[in-house]
Design a protein around this ligand. Structure first.
Ligand SMILES: Nc1ncnc2c1ncn2[C@@H]1O[C@H](COP(=O)(O)OP(=O)(O)OP(=O)(O)O)[C@@H](O)[C@H]1O
Ligand SMILES: [Mg+2]
Length: 473
């Protein structure tokens, strides 16, 4: 990655701002600590000096100049950090452990700082001291000070190292930042490259995850989920187009050929009664209706499956949906000599789309009546259990063999046994799509002693806390 490119990246800019802020904070913190420490230590020195001066002033008052000189002399021999110098008016030393009057720098209120020389390990060393001048009558001056050389060195070190410290923070921070941004950018690059490949048409590509579970992994996971969904939608769309192309073309062609034949027959002067013509047209209409039905079913399945239908979710009572469907199918059941029973139960209120659920239930009931021989029975019921909320239809027909239970929900799949009954093989596909739309499951199991029990199992989360009647108020 080029440096120019790196500098322009957001990641590096964030690092840059952070490093500058950090260096600034460090400087401010160090400066404050430094200032505070110097102030406290200078204060301590000044206090010691002031106390000494008070003591010496007392000596002077009681014992006069000679006594003061004596005391200064005796204290000077103690060594340590204390420095004394008593001079006459010409600044000539009279007593004390300083050889001569130093070049003083007045700081504040008679406090002075100065350099003096002292033998250390046999060598003369320039050292820093801080003290106070005290005028004695007759032009004599007393200088009392403390050696603050160590402190002075520390202070000097502080002021010389601070700029280097800041510079080091900046350099290390920026280098670290560059490394970090490079790492971040490398992962962004991978995502960008994958998106590029996907845009170029390879929808099977997925963003790789490194398994660290960090934000980039999460981003990759979300992108991959999104891509899965897009792929599913595209597949759904392709399936619909394929289905329309293959499965609607044959009946359309058949219809067209039949109509063409009739016209040819008429043109050839064939004798057709009015009833014959009406019958032919009615058959054509019935076939068109079936085509429209298949077409609608296909579209509804595709839309529901992809979750793009605008079907609204409302509170609904499964029992009342079941009652409506039962009523709708009673005439057909009667005609087929099948008993249709709705097993009574209390309200089962869930969140869902009423017309989709009613359509799915109608398809299940339609199958049950269609595939159950005369004399059999079909039952519809609801149940609330720990696994979920069930809407079920059971029959006493032949049932669906275990090995076929997965494939019967696919589009246009019809079992061999149902060859002679009319149907398109889309009924269960729609039920499965409606189940998917509601996060529900379509379970096909045996109904005892024979037959099929089809269950639409909604998640318990779909259950409304209040009963339907209360929720509706
Ligand atoms: N209750 C049932 N008992 C026995 N077989 C069934 C039952 N329900 C469905 N099947 C089998 O599953 C196949 C698929 O059912 P599906 O409802 O999808 O299509 P269909 O009933 O054949 O046609 P359509 O419902 O589109 O008119 C049926 O053809 C049938 O073989
Ligand atoms: Mg069916």
């Amino acid at each position: 990655m080029r440096t120019g490119h790196l500098l322009r990246t957001q990641a590096f800019r964030i690092v840059l701002v952070y490093v500058v802020l950090f260096a600034f904070s460090v400087t401010a913190l160090l400066a404050f600590t430094y200032w505070n420490t110097v102030r406290t230590l200078d204060g301590q020195t000044d206090q010691i000096v002031a106390a000494e001066i008070t003591g010496l002033a007392e000596q002077y008052q009681h014992l006069g100049l000679r006594g003061l000189a004596e005391t200064v002399r005796s204290r000077s021999t103690h060594g340590g950090e204390a420095l004394y110098l008593l001079t006459d008016r010409l600044r000539r030393p009279l007593a004390g452990n300083l050889d001569s009057w130093p070049q003083t720098v007045v700081t504040a209120e008679n406090f002075v700082e100065f350099d003096y020389e002292r033998p250390v390990d046999g060598k003369l060393e320039a050292r820093r001291a801080r003290g106070r001048m005290f005028a004695v009558t007759g032009g004599f001056v007393l200088l009392v000070a403390q050696d603050v050389h160590e402190r002075f060195l520390t202070r000097r070190m502080f002021t010389t190292t601070l700029p280097w410290t800041v510079a080091l923070i900046l350099v290390l921070g920026l280098a670290g930042g560059a490394l970090m941004s490079r790492k971040i950018l490398r992962r962004l690059d991978i995502i960008n490259r994958t998106s590029g490949e996907i845009m170029a048409g390879d929808l099977t590509r997925r963003v790789p995850r490194i398994g660290s579970g960090d934000e980039f992994d999460m981003l990759a996971e979300n992108l991959n989920h999104m891509l899965d969904r897009i792929e599913r939608l595209m597949r759904g769309l392709r399936e619909v187009t394929d289905s329309v192309a293959h499965d609607l073309r044959t009946p359309l062609n058949r219809l067209r050929n039949r109509l063409e034949e009739s016209v040819m027959w008429l043109n050839a002067g064939g004798a057709l009664t009015k009833e014959d013509i009406a019958g032919e047209i009615e058959r054509a209409i019935a076939e068109t209706d079936q085509l429209i039905g298949t077409f609608n079913a296909l579209l509804l399945i595709a839309e529901t499956d992809a979750g793009t239908t605008r079907a609204a979710m409302t509170a609904l009572d499964l029992v009342s949906v079941a009652a409506d469907v039962t009523e709708l199918y009673e005439p057909l059941a009667e005609e087929r000599k099948v008993t249709l029973t709705l097993i009574p139960s209390g309200d089962v209120a869930i969140e869902g789309n009423r017309s989709l659920i009613a359509q799915a239930l109608a398809n299940l009931v339609d199958n049950a009546i269609k595939y159950t021989p005369a004399g059999g029975h079909v039952r519809i019921g609801t149940a609330v259990g720990s696994a979920g909320v069930d809407l079920w239809v059971s029959d006493s027909g032949p049932g669906i063999p275990h090995q076929d239970r997965t494939r019967v929900v696919d589009r246009f799949v019809r079992l061999e046994a149902s060859r002679n009954t009319p149907g398109t093989g889309l009924g269960l596909s729609l039920v499965a799509a409606v189940a998917h739309f509601h996060n529900a499951a379509l379970i096909l199991e045996d109904s005892l002693p024979t037959g099929l029990k089809a269950i639409l199992r909604f998640p318990r989360a779909a259950l409304r806390a209040t009963s339907f009647k209360n929720a509706a108020q």
